[in-house]
Write a protein that binds this ligand. Structure first.
Ligand code: DDH
Length: 275
């Protein structure tokens, strides 16, 4: 054996199945978010760790787990994600061989699957960057107050297309909620925030969305005043190309699950080269 082969052999093999089942075991957390489930915030962690990618200079992305460092953690877009990182510490302590970068992505896959979403095949190999110097610039994640051209700018920068944009937003906002003490926005998009469904598209098209009257940022509410949409969400209904794709996903759950799974895998592997 040469030195490199020997190091590979000497490394204890990680049992990813065991890591997955340990993650599944911590998804239920009493008192968390009123619905006792951390799946949604783990998905948001996987997405924000990945969505900084810039295909032009190959910076950002999930490889590196650079959100561990203050600079990226303090990007206002990442408000609240220290909770998600903290929930995963016991898993890292039990399986020290997994990198944070792999752990965050794996946790988002497990959360999606455990909430009833598609199974996404996990490819390990991400490494943790040594210092803050590897952080991408702040401000690369989408701004909820802006329109479709901003959304396209952000996702095209990553190398993703309109179909992938609609699948990703519909899946991500079909779970979880907004928190006024994190983003400033408040409330869930659907009545089943811990179940992965295509309900986001049904709510988007079947409900009437009116401006919420409050002191917070501009957002929309349905007639029950329980559900919400961000200005950026309504762009999925108002932009003709986004709308065409979203209507397809509203009618065809299987196509949506399949497209979401491949788009989310692609998103979480941007800039990551396995050897
Ligand atoms: Fe999102 N998202 N997101 N999102 N997102 C928020 C919450 C969650 C935008 C803004 C917000 C995606 C795309 C966009 C999830 C997943 C995904 C919140 C509220 C804002 C604001 C945060 C808070 O207050 O806690 C905007 C703008 C976009 C856009 O693309 C234009 C995508 C692509 C995903 C994905 O997963 C692929 C999830 C999950 C949440 C709920 C988190 C939670 O704690 O619950």
């Amino acid at each position: 054996y040469n030195k490199e082969q020997f190091t590979q052999l000497a490394k204890p093999k990680l049992d990813y199945q065991a890591v997955k089942s340990d993650i599944a075991d911590i998804l239920e957390q009493q008192g968390w978010d009123g619905y006792n489930h951390i799946g949604p915030v783990l998905v948001r962690l996987g997405w924000h760790a990945s969505g900084t990618y810039n295909k032009a200079d190959k910076t950002g992305g999930s490889d590196g787990a650079t959100m561990r460092f203050n600079k990226e953690q303090n990007d206002p877009a990442n408000a609240g994600l220290h909770h998600a990182q903290k929930f995963l510490e016991p898993i890292k302590a039990k399986h020290p061989g997994i990198s944070y970068a792999d752990l965050w992505v794996l946790a988002s896959y497990v959360a999606i699957e455990e909430m009833g979403g598609p199974k996404i095949d996990f490819t390990p190999g991400r490494k943790d960057a040594p210092s803050e110097a590897s952080c991408p610039p702040n401000g690369r994640l989408p701004d909820a107050s802006k329109g479709s051209s901003h959304i396209r700018d952000v996702f095209y920068r990553m190398g993703l297309n309109d179909r992938e944009i609609v699948a990703l937003i519909g899946g991500g906002h079909g779970i979880g909620k907004c928190h006024s003490d994190r983003s400033g926005y408040e409330g869930p998009w659907t009545n089943a925030p811990t179940t992965f469904t295509n309900l986001y598209f049904k709510e988007l098209f079947d409900k009437t969305w009116t401006q919420k009257k409050w002191n917070g940022p501009l957002q929309y509410e349905d007639n029950t005043k329980k559900l919400m949409m961000l200005p950026a969400d309504l762009e999925i209904r108002n932009d003709p190309e986004f709308k065409r794709i979203a209507l397809e996903y509203k009618e065809n759950k299987e196509a949506f699950f399949k497209d979401f799974a491949s788009a989310f895998k692609k998103l979480t592997e941007l800039g990551f080269k396995q050897f």
